[in-house]
Design a protein around this ligand. Structure first.
Ligand SMILES: *Cc1c(COP(=O)(O)O)cnc(C)c1O
Length: 459
């Protein structure tokens, strides 16, 4: 028996120096973003009023395989990376499974998630361009925190539009974001035209990521020296998050192992996509054939029940059209949903990989089952997982239990994208048994589908 340590760490000298752009190796590329006015593919000039130039270039790049991580970003990464690859010995023992369970833990920074990987990169490029102010949205608050941290480090101003229901449920998130010097506004708000419109149409709404994105973009467009930044979904975010997968792969090489099953939770697809990308490369090149599983909540089932079609990325329909799995930009998940991953769409790259079944499977899980897994994981492995990450924990446990039945000693890898210290309202609901599972009806989903725009010739 090989002696595999609990934590497999990389030395500083072994850290990835490049991000990996999986699009460059995809045999069939994702369909291009479309301009909703001209219905032609988006070009650089369309993006640069909203995003900074270098990020816009990364967004559209389909050929460059590796992007060098700038020294300034690398130096910042070194304050919180490498993140450990952990062998979940205690969980394996608890489950009495012959499977070997590994997780890549991204919660070891104050934002409590992988989001700092892209925040660092995005803020750096914006600073380099001479911008002074950024706007963004945040759902559960991890992205807002990560960006506030990176803006404090690189010295840029930031306004965060936070989905109102989370803003109210998580007062300490607000305090952390403010501690790092950012402004925070609950969304939808009266501070923007689109916010006023959404409020008029849905009085009392708890908001959604789609609404908050619209507000943040409106303010970025109206403000001097200001751009918008997004924490998930987009190609350049997936690019930056490839650092997760690159480190993971290097760590597996150190122990001379390879994962048979790779599991990631998917909201907009960035942590799962980042973890999977370098392994997807192996699969495309037919060197290895890991089985990929994306996990999403039953209450926001873009991959498992959505349509693969062009849709807007936001409720106010200000973004380009993206071909992706979507349940409609107007879809607002049921208010009893506490588990995060509330976005209506999905990364176009992840969507395409799944559509072509290079990513094998998408699975939707119920939130009570997710918190059951989260609680077991916390007791065994000591880390309190984020509800989002716990979707991946759930499926890792289920796969390990299958191995127990078949006797197979598979290597199961999952992305533990973050920690759940700010999610104790949700944990309390689970313990109180007031947490319920809401599975949207077909009629509920039809309402969301009705918000998907119809353009002749674009599907
Ligand atoms: C934001 C977030 C997610 C979901 O976003 P993806 O882009 O799908 O990765 C998952 N886990 C945590 C901890 C998050 O903060």
């Amino acid at each position: 028996m090989k002696n595999i340590p609990h934590k497999i760490y990389l030395q500083e000298s072994e850290l990835p120096k490049y991000w990996y752009n999986v699009v460059s190796d995809m045999p069939d590329k994702p369909d291009p973003f479309m301009h909703p006015g001209t219905l032609k593919p988006i070009v650089l000039e369309d993006l640069i009023p909203v995003f900074c130039k270098e990020l816009s270039e990364q967004e559209l790049d389909r050929t460059t395989r590796y992007f060098e991580i700038p020294d300034e970003v690398f130096d910042y990464y070194k304050t919180f990376r490498p993140s450990p690859l952990v062998r979940a010995y205690n969980l394996e023992k608890e489950l009495q499974t012959p499977a070997k369970i590994y997780y890549k833990f991204e919660g070891n920074n104050t934002s409590g998630s992988h989001k700092l990987n892209s925040a660092a990169a995005q803020v750096y490029y914006c600073k380099k361009q001479g911008l002074t102010k950024l706007t963004t949205e945040t759902g559960a608050g991890q992205w807002g925190t990560a960006l506030a941290m990176a803006c404090a480090y690189f010295k840029l101003d930031l306004t965060v539009y936070m989905v109102k229901i989370s803003y109210e449920q998580k007062p300490f998130r607000k305090a952390v974001i403010q501690t790092y010097g950012a402004d925070i506004v609950p969304s939808p708000s009266e501070t923007t035209e689109v916010g006023k419109k959404i409020l008029a149409a849905n009085p009392g709404t708890g908001g959604s990521l789609g609404c908050a994105i619209s507000e943040a973009i409106e303010v970025a467009l109206k403000s001097e020296n200001c751009r918008y930044v997004l924490g998930s979904v987009l190609n350049h975010v997936l690019l930056h998050q490839s650092v997760i997968g690159l480190e993971t792969k290097a760590a597996f090489e150190k122990i001379d192992e390879y994962p048979d099953i790779i599991i990631g939770c998917a909201g907009g697809g960035s942590n799962a996509g980042g973890l999977m990308s370098p392994f997807v490369k192996d699969k495309i090149e037919k060197k290895q054939s890991p089985y990929f599983i994306l996990v999403e909540p039953v209450s926001c089932p873009s991959l498992t029940r959505g349509k693969f079609t062009y849709d807007f990325g936001d409720t106010g329909n200000m973004t380009p059209l993206a071909k992706m799995y979507t349940i409609g930009n107007g879809y607002i998940p049921s208010p009893n949903h506490a588990g995060g991953l509330r976005y209506h769409g999905m990364s176009p790259i992840v969507s395409k990989l799944y559509h072509d079944r290079i990513i094998d499977e998408a699975r939707a899980v119920e939130q009570t089952k997710v918190f059951e897994a989260a609680t077991l994981f916390a007791k065994c492995e000591t880390i309190l997982p984020a509800p989002e990450s716990s979707h991946a924990v759930r499926v890792a446990i289920d796969e390990a239990l299958k191995c127990k039945e078949t006797g197979e000693a598979k290597n199961i890898l999952f992305g533990l994208s973050g920690t759940g210290y700010f999610d104790m309202t949700a944990y309390t609901q689970f313990m109180d048994k007031t947490m319920t599972d809401y599975i949207p009806t077909d009629a509920d989903l039809e309402k969301g589908f009705a918000s998907i725009p119809k353009f002749p010739g674009l599907e």
